[in-house]
Design a protein around this ligand. Structure first.
Ligand SMILES: Cc1cc2nc3c(=O)[nH]c(=O)nc-3n(C[C@H](O)[C@H](O)[C@H](O)COP(=O)(O)OP(=O)(O)OC[C@H]3O[C@@H](n4cnc5c(N)ncnc54)[C@H](O)[C@@H]3O)c2cc1C
Length: 467
């Protein structure tokens, strides 16, 4: 039996490995010339960068995935301090606090918060994340009995306010919504479990960064016998009762097809009767895109691995994302990754600046925003460095490289109506041999979630072939 996987992101690679190890002949077709998708990396002579993910969370997910494959878990190192948060006005010194695993400087009921978010996290891990949820799963008796502790209809921000009132504390517990492609004001409170994942579970750094993680996954695929074809963009799907072939540079046949490429583009290639259609996609709530600055620097950088900066009115920044407006230079919130703080083996000092911006802003002046946050970063941290290497990346790059709908960085957001059973289906509703894997499907955005989605989809594929 031959499986064709379209896309070599984390979702495509993990699915290919699982299916090949379980006896299928797998071919992966990838548009770009390297594996990893949004989690890929790049290097110049001195500097190397992880282009996307930098927070390795929920290590137990990876343990479970690699155990199922009979392979060792990737080598990781604990990151502590977890992160620093800076709050103030653009371009000026602000106030900052550093958050450690055993010292979380918030003011309020931290103990109560940890207890309740641990409950959510454990419920999710034990009952919901490792299966394809159905609507009736929300009627689980434990959820109904504990609705106050597993709040579905409240926002993350409102939930956090039950335990904290101090602005700084609320910001430190609200920014995790950005990982889920949303804001603290529109992300359901159940995702406070991500805060537990950080505080209770810890933050890690994989050996060689996320590029190292991708390379290992790719090597395991090759050793298992998966065939890879790079620079092979699929642009046509041939359907006769079921999918019989996809077209890149040539026609590729298979018994079963798993699309890891962006869902909207995949859907748009299906014949009219099988496609969800343009009006469906117009209604979807997209997660933000991002303006990224990959900077190789020389000098003194005075931050830990992860830092978050909130300037001016952060609700204003989040509102601009929801409304599709250009970000305002006075109200920019952003994140900076500095891997050298955790990884001595790196030759250069690489700084990655990430500003979440609305999807659809394809002609933004990226440099203007990166220059502004670099000045702000220097003012707030007292870092003194010169920039030796610079690359910008923005919404139009996400669109060009990954076929991302409106240049979204994370796919569809995790609003309540796009959570669990309301995310996009993993199996096509009419075509029995067509499946989807990755951040658009259940359980959602992020490397651990996409890894879970590969486990779920592989079970479905194998189940469909056994029938
Ligand atoms: C800037 C950024 C920071 C992030 N930070 C974190 C973090 O700290 N921690 C975390 O856990 N997650 C993070 N994430 C999220 C995480 O990286 C993603 O959720 C995950 O990598 C998505 O994987 P995927 O397999 O679903 O999709 P993708 O990575 O998008 O893979 C899809 C693949 O399909 C290919 N493709 C597209 N069209 C075609 C076609 N027509 N034919 C063939 N191939 C095609 C693409 O080139 C791509 O390789 C971040 C994401 C971004 C963008």
């Amino acid at each position: 039996m031959r499986a064709v996987v379209v896309g070599a992101g984390i979702g495509g690679l993990s699915t290919a490995l699982l299916l090949q190890k379980k006896g299928l002949e797998v071919t992966v077709l990838e548009k770009l010339d390297v594996p990893g998708g949004r989690a890929r990396g790049f290097s110049d002579a001195v500097y190397s960068f992880d282009m996307g993910p930098s927070w390795y969370l929920m290590p137990e997910v990876f343990q479970r995935f690699y155990r199922e494959l009979g392979e060792g878990t990737p080598e990781v190192k604990e990151v502590d301090p977890l992160f620093s948060l800076y709050v103030g006005d653009m371009g000026k010194e602000g106030t900052s606090r550093t958050f450690w695993k055993d010292e979380y400087p918030v003011r309020g009921d931290l103990e109560g918060y940890l207890q309740d978010t641990e409950f959510m996290y454990k419920m999710a891990m034990e009952r919901f994340l490792f299966k394809e949820m159905r609507v009736y799963d929300f009627l689980d008796p434990t959820i109904i009995k504990n609705l106050g502790r597993f709040p579905l209809f409240t926002s993350l921000d409102s939930f956090n306010r039950r335990y904290f009132s101090e602005d700084f504390s609320l910001k430190s517990l609200g920014f995790s919504s950005v990982f889920l492609g949303g804001s603290p004001f529109n992300t359901p409170a159940i995702y406070a479990m991500v805060n537990y994942a950080i505080l209770g579970g810890g933050v890690y750094y994989p050996k060689g960064g996320f590029q190292g993680l991708v390379n290992r996954l790719y090597d395991l695929c090759k050793r298992a016998g998966v065939e890879f074809r790079f620079n092979e963009e699929v642009n046509k799907v041939e359907v006769r009762d079921k999918v019989v072939a996809v077209w890149g540079r040539e026609r590729v046949e298979g018994d079963v097809f798993v699309f890891n490429m962006d869902y909207e583009r995949a859907d748009s290639m299906l014949p009219y009767d099988y496609s969800l259609g343009e009006s469906y996609w117009k209604k979807k709530k997209l997660s933000p895109s991002a303006v990224l600055g990959y900077l190789g620097v020389e000098g003194e950088v005075k931050v830990p691995h992860h830092s978050i900066f909130v300037n001016g009115d952060w609700r204003y920044h989040f509102d601009s994302i929801t409304k599709g407006n250009e970000p305002d230079l006075e109200n920019l919130s952003y994140y900076v990754s500095y891997r050298k703080a955790s990884d001595d083996s790196l030759r250069g000092q690489d700084l990655v600046f990430l500003i979440p911006v609305s999807a659809g802003l394809e002609s933004l002046n990226l440099k203007k925003y990166i220059d502004a946050v670099v000045s702000d970063f220097k003012a707030k941290t007292g870092s003194k460095f010169t920039i030796k290497y610079e690359r910008m990346y923005g919404p139009s790059d996400f669109k060009r490289d990954y076929n991302a709908f409106k240049g979204t960085a994370f796919g569809i957001s995790h609003t309540l109506d796009q959570t669990g059973p309301f995310r996009l289906p993993m199996r096509h509703r009419k075509l029995d041999n067509l499946f989807f894997v990755g951040q658009y499907t259940q359980p959602g955005i992020g490397v651990p979630m996409v890894t879970i989605s590969s486990m779920l989809v592989s079970e479905k594929v194998l189940g469909s072939l056994r029938k």
